[in-house]
Each structure stands twice: as structure tokens, then as C-alpha cells.
Design a protein around this ligand. Structure first.
Ligand code: PA5
Length: 444
């Protein structure tokens, strides 16, 4: 399903250097599988695809059917790991102009991933006169952005349907026992889904966090899980000759130690845009700590070759690229011949767009390689839901191994708290008064 191609790496990383990583890869693998590494309480996702709670899966499917039946719109409220995975899958699998074309389907809109009143007002306008439901997703239940958006849309829901009916239209995905969201769900009778204790936000797309919105969008979640299961099996042995997810982790680590501190995830399909965003959170939040870590960036080519291309070709040489290329696209198109040929494109007539895109990819990787940018190529079989499930697991497992190779805990995110403390202090939340005084003295 996924094959790592190293042909645009060889002048930067010798085959011996990668082979020499095997012993340390074995240690990282052992730390992960035997749960002896840092953050091992949050490794439930490793066997997640095969351990999925079948009863929960059945409830997810039933809830998605009910939402499809009674709602024109589902508002999915969450931030970070509580929304990026489902957004990535939806954007990748669905029609590029999904909300414009599929009038019979429940449309999905995301909220709570920012504090923008303009965004909320615009979305409020969209749902006017529409039947809607809400899926509030928060593991902690206390994250400010989704809590604020939830308060806003819950009020609209209650005003529209009355308290009792509104409660039938709220779905809470949260901790199984703790937190204010769970308490609210219990006391109001909202249907709730579980984010397992041992799965952190950015590793949660294959739990109810991702699966409910994905199912509501009529994407085959069984295929997504099947792809992930196959990946779980495929990447279960640490041997770099057979495990391309670990090989990817090894190459990243060698490149990092050679001063390549920025990784750009590249795609040639616009539908990959949010997969890139999900990947950035996965790797950025897992590795960026203790003043270490590869900075995750991304681009969609050839679009961004006309904005970032100059920098990649000739800017600072601290970059490497990981290029995802799909061998088979969702749908292809033939370039037509033109009698006058004023645009001089007839030399491409009868060729396929996918072939041209592929040539753009090879040409670009060669140019960047020649310009001093290593390229890790990930060839993915196709753009199916199953391949996507495989790819998601591929990145999750390689991220965990990469984090251990780097010597950090890949499963915590202590740094995310810092801005929150400052924000609470500046907003005057109880318990933050001393910090408020300190911060305000800096902005006077
Ligand atoms: O990966 C993570 O753990 C974070 O990005 C969280 O998903 C994000 O901060 C949202 O947290 P919560 O689900 O508790 O609202």
C-alpha cells in the first residue's frame, strides 16, 4: 500500500547510515510495544485498529444514521486532535466541492477550532432554517475554544427545538468517566462516545473522535479501519528492510542529525491539504519539546511551487521534503487537442492530467534534490478510504518511533498549556490574578 522510495536521498544519507539505525530502532520499538517508554499510558492506539470496541462502533453507525435522517447539518466542535483527523479524512475522501454538490447528504461544518466571532457568525447564518445536530468533542471537556462555540450553538439548538428535543441532537465525544462534558452529557441525557484513556487527542482519529463525523459524511469507516488494521500488522516488526514506517522514522532522524531541521510534507492533490494539517499536529506536538524536534511544514504542489518553490530550491539548506504521491488518482482527465494551438499545448494533447502531475512531481523532486533538498518519497497505491486508513496508521507509528529516537516523550504536550495560562489571566479567570498583574505590567 505504501512504499518508501529513497532515490532522492542517496547523496544525503548513505545506506550504511540507515542500517546503523537498526539497533536504536529496535530499542524504540521495544519501548513502544512493551510500554516501557515515556508516555506509555497513551499508547492504546498502537493496537487500536484491532482492539476497537465493536459495541461502540455499532452505536457510532446508528447515531450517524439518525443524524443523516434528522439533520441537514452536523456541527462538529473541537480543536487540535479533536477535529483535525476527521477534517483530514472528509477533505481527502469527499468531493472537492462537497457542500456544494451533495444536497441530499448531511453537511458537516467545523467550529470551536478558533475564537473568531466572524467565523461563528458566518456559520450561524449557514445553519439558519436548517435542521442541525452538534457533535461536541473534547477529551478534557474544558478546552476554551470548543467550550465557547458549544455554548453558542447549544443555545441556538435549545431555542430552536426546546430543551428536550435539543438534548436528542447533542452527541458528546469525551472521556468515559471524567470531566465536565461527561457530567453534562450524563445529566442531560446526551448520547456520548468515548475517547479511551490511553489515546491522546492527536492519535484519536480512529476512535469515535474521528469515526462519528466521518460516518455521518457517509464514508465507509469499515474500510478506513481495515486499512489501519492492515498497517498495524504490516508495521509490527522492527526490521528496517520490511517496515517502511520505521524506515521513514530512521531517515528523518538521520537527516535531523545532519542539520535538516525542517520537514515539509508535500502532496500533489489539493484533497491532501488537511491531511498535511493533521500530520503537522501529530509530529509537531509529539516531537517539539526540550528545545528539540523537526519543524513540520507542508505544501501542495504544483500550487505552492509558485509561492514557496523559490525558497525550497535556493533558500537555507535546512529543509527536507517528504512527498506523498498517489499512484492512482480518484478520477483522470484527458488533455484535448486544439485546432489553433495558440497556447502551444498540443504537444500534450491526448495525455492524461495525472501523467502531467506525475512528471511535475518527478521534475520537482529532481530539481530540489539537485538543489540540496533531500526527498523522502512515499508512493501510496491509491486514494481510497482503505489506503488512507493505512497512511494514518503509518504516520502514527512512525511518529511514536521518531519521538523515541529523538529522546522525547511523544505523547504529552506540556507546551500547549502556556498560552492558555496567559489567556485565562488576561481574561480575568479566577485563580490567575498574580499572573494577570505580571502580564498587564508588560503591555502597559
Ligand atoms: O493532541 C492533543 O492532545 C491536543 O491537540 C488536543 O486534542 C487539543 O488540545 C484539544 O483538547 P481536548 O480534546 O481536551 O479539548
Amino acid at each position: 500500500m505504501i512504499k518508501l522510495d529513497n532515490k532522492f536521498l542517496d547523496k544525503f544519507v548513505g545506506s550504511e547510515e540507515v542500517k546503523n539505525m537498526q539497533p536504536i530502532i529496535n530499542i524504540a520499538d521495544q519501548m513502544l510495544r512493551e510500554k516501557t517508554g515515556a508516555g506509555s499510558d497513551f499508547t492504546g492506539w498502537v493496537d487500536g485498529p484491532t482492539n476497537l470496541d465493536q459495541a461502540e462502533l455499532t452505536r457510532i453507525k446508528a447515531a450517524s444514521k439518525k443524524i443523516n435522517k434528522d439533520s441537514d447539518v452536523l456541527i462538529v466542535i473541537g480543536i487540535g486532535g479533536s477535529y483535525l483527523g476527521s477534517k483530514a479524512v472528509l477533505e481527502f475522501i469527499n468531493h472537492t466541492f462537497e457542500n456544494e454538490v451533495n444536497n441530499q447528504k448531511t453537511k458537516i461544518y467545523f467550529a470551536g477550532q478558533n475564537i473568531s466571532s466572524s467565523y461563528l457568525n458566518d456559520l450561524t447564518e449557514i445553519i439558519k432554517n436548517k435542521d442541525f445536530s452538534i457533535n461536541i468533542i473534547s477529551k478534557s471537556g474544558t478546552t476554551t475554544e470548543p467550550a465557547l462555540a458549544f455554548r453558542h450553538f447549544k443555545n441556538i439548538l435549545v431555542n430552536k427545538y426546546g430543551e428536550e428535543q435539543a438534548n436528542m441532537r447533542i452527541y458528546a465525544t469525551t472521556d468515559q468517566a471524567r470531566g465536565t462534558l461527561k457530567e453534562q452529557a450524563n445529566s442531560n441525557g446526551w448520547e456520548s462516545f468515548v475517547i479511551p484513556d490511553d489515546i491522546g487527542g492527536r492519535f484519536s482519529v480512529l476512535t469515535a473522535v474521528g469515526l462519528l463525523p466521518i460516518a455521518v459524511s457517509d464514508i465507509d469507516i469499515d474500510q478506513l479501519i481495515l486499512g489501519a488494521k492492515e498497517a498495524q500488522e504490516k508495521y509490527s516488526q522492527a526490521d528496517l528492510n520490511t517496515n517502511d514506517a520505521y524506515l521513514y522514522a530512521a531517515y528523518r532522524n538521520v537527516l535531523y542529525n545532519k542539520g535538516k531541521t525542517i520537514e515539509m510534507l508535500i502532496g500533489y492533490e489539493p484533497g491532501q491539504t488537511f491531511l498535511n494539517e493533521w500530520w503537522k499536529q501529530l509530529f509537531g506536538e509529539s516531537e517539539g519539546k526540550e528545545n528539540k524536534g523537526i519543524f513540520p511544514a507542508s505544501a501542495i504542489f504544483s500550487t505552492d511551487l509558485h509561492s514557496l518553490g523559490q525558497y525550497v530550491q535556493e533558500g537555507r539548506r535546512d529543509l527536507f521534503e517528504t512527498v506523498i504521491f498517489f499512484d492512482q488518482v480518484k478520477s483522470d482527465l484527458t488533455i484535448e487537442s486544439d485546432k489553433e494551438n495558440k497556447d502551444e499545448l498540443n504537444y500534450l494533447a491526448s495525455k492524461k492530467f495525472a501523467d502531467v502531475n506525475k512528471k511535475a512531481f518527478i521534475a520537482t523532486s529532481m530539481a530540489h534534490y539537485d538543489g540540496g533538498v533531500p526527498n523522502i518519497i512515499l508512493n501510496v497505491k491509491d486514494m481510497s478510504t482503505r489506503a488512507l486508513g493505512h497512511l494514518i496508521y503509518f504516520f502514527e507509528i512512525s511518529c511514536a518511533i521518531s519521538g523515541y529516537l529523538l529522546g522525547v516523550n511523544p505523547f504529552d504536550q506540556p507546551g500547549v498549556e502556556e498560552y492558555k495560562k496567559n489567556m485565562f489571566a488576561l481574561l480575568g479567570k479566577d485563580g490567575y490574578n498574580d499572573l494577570k498583574i505580571k502580564l498587564e505590567s508588560r503591555i502597559k
